[in-house]
Every structure is written in C-alpha cells, then in structure tokens.
Ligand binder design. Structure first.
Ligand SMILES: [Zn+2]
Length: 474
C-alpha cells in the first residue's frame, strides 16, 4: 500500500512538475513577447512623428516646387547685373535711380535720407504716398525705387509690398505729388484640391505656410456649421475649388475658395461663394441658405488645436456640478476668438476659472472662456467685441490639469450645450435670385466637386492625387 501510494505521489509530482515547466515556458514566452515585440508608447510616438514629418516634407516640397519658377527668375535677374541702384547715393548735380529694401525698424523716410536726399525733398513724397498707402502696414523687406533729378527732387517713387501691390507717386507739373495704387494685371485660374483627412495631414497643412492658409480659409467657411476641433475624424473628406493667381504666367498665390465640400462622418456640407443682389458677399449652401450664423461653432480657429490633451466632451451638460461646457485641448498661446458679436462683462482672475472672459450677446446669450494664459489687450468690462475678435490665449490657469480652453454658454442665466443650440442664420437667398443661384452657381460647381471627390482607396494625401494641382504652377 505504502509503495503504491508512494508511486502515485511520485507520478503526480512528475505531472505537476511538467505542468509547472510548461507554465514557466508560456510565461517566459509572454514576458519576452511583451518586452521585445510590443511597441512601446515611445516607439508609437516616434512612428507618428515620422509620419507627420514625412507629410510635412511632401507639402513643403510641393510649395517649394510651386515657388521655384519665381525664385529661379529672381536669382537669374540678380546674377545678370549687379544693380547699382541698390547702393547708389544722390549727389549734388547728378540725377540718379535709387532702389532699396526696407530694413527692420527702418522707415522709408530714413531709407531715403540714408541715400543722401534732403528731408525737405523726402517729406512731400512720403506724405503724398501715405494718401494711398498706409505706412503702418509697411514691413521689413518691402521694396522701393526713386528717380531723383539733379536738384535732389524725387520725380517718381514706387513702393512695393508684394508683386501685386505697388503704389506709385509721381511729381506733377505744379511740383505737387499724387499717389495711386498700380493696377497689376493678374491672371486667375481655378484648380481643384481634394483629399481624405488624417490627423497628420491636417497638422502638415498647418505647418506649411500657404497651404495652411488654404485650410484655414476652408475651415473658416464652415466655422458656423462644423466644429473642426471636435468633429474632424480620420476618413472625413474634403474638396475645394480655389483660384490660383498668376502674374506674367507665373504662380503667385492662392486666391479665393469658389466652392467647398466637407464630408463629416458621412454627412456632406457644401458651400458656394456668391455675391448677392443686395451686395452681401459670402458662402451659401446648395439651397441658397447663408452659412453665416450668430455664433461660431468653436472659439478656436480650428487647425491649431491638437488632440494631445484629449478633447474631452461632456454630453451630459447640467448633470455635472463642476462642469458646464466644452473643453478644448490646445497649446498655450493659441488665440481664442469671441464666437459672436457682444459686450465683455468680465475679464480677469476668478478662482478656479483662472483668467476668465465673459461676453454678453444678443438674444439672451452669454459665453465664458476660462483658464486663459492671458486676456488680450483692450479686453475689459464694457468693451464691444465682434465675432472673431481675439479675446485671449489658451492657458493653464486656475483649476486646470493641462493647457486647455473651457468654453461655456448660458441662455437667460442657464447653461446650454453650445453644440446643441440651433442658432439664427443670416438672410437666405429667395425667389428668382435663389433659382438663378442654384442654376448658375450650385449646379455647375457641384458637378466639379463631385468629380473631385477622392475614392475610398485614396491614400488620403491630396498631393498624391493626380487630379490635384497643388504642385503644378498651372
Ligand atoms: Zn472644462
């Protein structure tokens, strides 16, 4: 009996040992898999950053390609002849042509004085030019030319802020000066851009100067109907028809967006540029409804916002005691705009809110903007603001766990969910005007937007789209 028991125990012991060894192997395997094969959050972040960088590079290259012809021509010009006018000085008894580029903190007056001209000869020219050009808008890098006669009088003066924006001041027979803006003939052509939204591309467009501005203009069109900060989803699609402006056959810049489409989680939104018979210029939908409303959908101009801190959304407004509103995670310093015309009723520190701005609007509404890094200059109680006035910057003041904007809205003293309120629209098109608008604007442009829609199989990068002309300067 004892022997039998002993043998059984031994067998059981063996079986157990085998199970333990098996388990140990499985556990060791899992641990190895976990530490060796698993992507760490750091690696995932690196991968994502690499994807963003790659997208950035594509956009940057494309813009460079579009600019190249201008740069090449400019470089060729410079090499062809070193321009003496750039360094020339006026001397008594000699007529001369002067040319210059405004330096930092340099006024055009100072620039001309540096070239040997007398203040009394400069003053009437600058004063006449300021009748047509606002010198407060002058920037370093602006260029100017001056034809100066033997007496040191300027006979012709040109001030240029861009290839299209040139002001000319001429000397009249009675020695007075008159100034006008030169009408530079530019050529506008339309082009189509389309693509599928992915976070990295969105961010890439932001980083990319001009392209970033296109997306900004694009999101601005829908600022009353779509909150791009919260509603943008990978897989959303966009298409737009935009003007490209050419000067002497060379691509200069992008112009106005003529038509735009955004398909937000399957729901299409369309907008068409239109100047109404009453002189209202703006965007209307396919039924002639004005896209403009009393309130913007978001207090942040969309594209600067990242999801880094999460976009917390509280659908159960009014049920949480401490939280009435929408949180937007965004970097410190992101500008915040008033969502509607109104009057500031509070601007300053207020407990857990940190720096807070409160604005009263028409129809019994109030909006609140909390945790601001800084309240903008000039924003104080009693101040009138218009829709899109910058009222402060995103911050992390008060009871806040990371840089974000807390945005709240009240109507007649009660909190409301800003995303659920149907705000009043601006005047729609009616009658014959609406009929004409649909026939002449909506129908032809809709066909083009339909053609521009990317297929589902697209990579999501509009620059890969052979139909896209972002990169080609024509
Ligand atoms: Zn909040």
């Amino acid at each position: 009996m004892d022997d039998l028991l002993h043998t059984r125990r031994r067998r059981r012991g063996k079986r157990r040992r085998r199970i333990y060894i098996g388990l140990a192997i499985v556990i060791a395997g899992c641990v190895t898999w976990y530490f060796w094969l698993r992507e760490t959050p750091q690696e995932r972040r690196q991968k994502r950053d690499a994807a963003v960088a790659a997208a950035d590079a594509i956009v940057a290259d494309t813009i460079k390609a579009a600019r190249r012809p201008i740069e090449v021509k400019a470089a060729a010009k410079q090499k062809a002849a070193p321009d003496e006018a750039l360094t020339a000085k006026w001397e008594e008894g000699k007529s001369v042509r002067l040319k210059g580029k405004l330096k930092k903190h340099q006024s055009v007056f100072k620039a001309l004085e540096n070239r040997g001209l007398e203040p009394a000869r400069i003053q009437p020219v600058v004063s006449a030019t300021s009748e047509s050009f606002d010198f407060r808008k002058s920037r370093p890098g602006d260029t100017w030319t001056a034809e100066v006669n033997a007496d040191g009088e300027i006979t012709n003066f040109r001030y240029q802020t861009s290839p299209e924006d040139i002001w000319e001041t001429v000397r009249n027979s009675n020695d007075s000066y008159s100034s006008t803006k030169i009408d530079v003939p530019v050529d506008k052509r339309e082009t189509v851009l389309a693509g599928t939204v992915s976070t990295s591309l969105w961010e890439a467009f932001v980083e990319a100067g001009e392209a970033g501005k296109i997306i900004y203009d694009f999101t601005d069109i829908f600022a009353y109907s779509i909150d791009f900060n919260r509603e943008t989803q990978p897989g959303d699609r966009f298409a737009l028809i935009i003007e490209k402006v050419f000067l002497e056959g060379e691509f200069l810049r992008y112009g106005r967006i003529i038509a735009a489409e955004y398909i937000s989680q399957g729901t299409p939104h369309r907008a068409f540029y239109y100047e109404s018979n009453s002189g209202e210029i703006g965007y209307y939908d396919e039924n002639g409804k004005n896209l403009k409303r009393q309130f913007l959908k978001s207090p942040l101009a969309s594209v600067r916002v990242t999801s880094r801190y999460g976009m917390r959304y509280h659908p159960t407004l009014g049920q949480q005691k401490m939280h009435h509103g929408v949180d937007y995670g965004a970097p410190i310093g992101t500008p915040i705009r008033s969502v509607a015309d109104g009057r500031v009723t509070f601007a300053g520190r207020k407990g857990a809110n940190g720096n807070l701005v409160v604005i009263r609007h028409a129809n019994g509404y109030k909006t609140m903007y909390a945790h601001l890094h800084e309240v903008a200059d000039g924003i104080h109680p009693g101040k009138r603001v218009t829709q899109k006035t910058i009222i402060g910057e995103v911050g992390n003041t008060g009871r806040s766990t990371g840089p974000h904007l807390h945005f709240g809205m009240k109507r007649h003293g009660k909190y409301v969910n800003p995303n659920k309120v149907e705000f009043a629209r601006a005047e729609p098109l009616k009658g014959t005007e609406k009929k004409n608008y649909i026939e002449e604007v909506v129908d032809p442009l809709s066909d083009r937007l339909d053609d521009a829609r990317p297929t589902v199989a697209d990579s999501g990068n509009p620059l890969d789209d052979p139909e896209s002309t972002v990169s080609a300067p024509n």
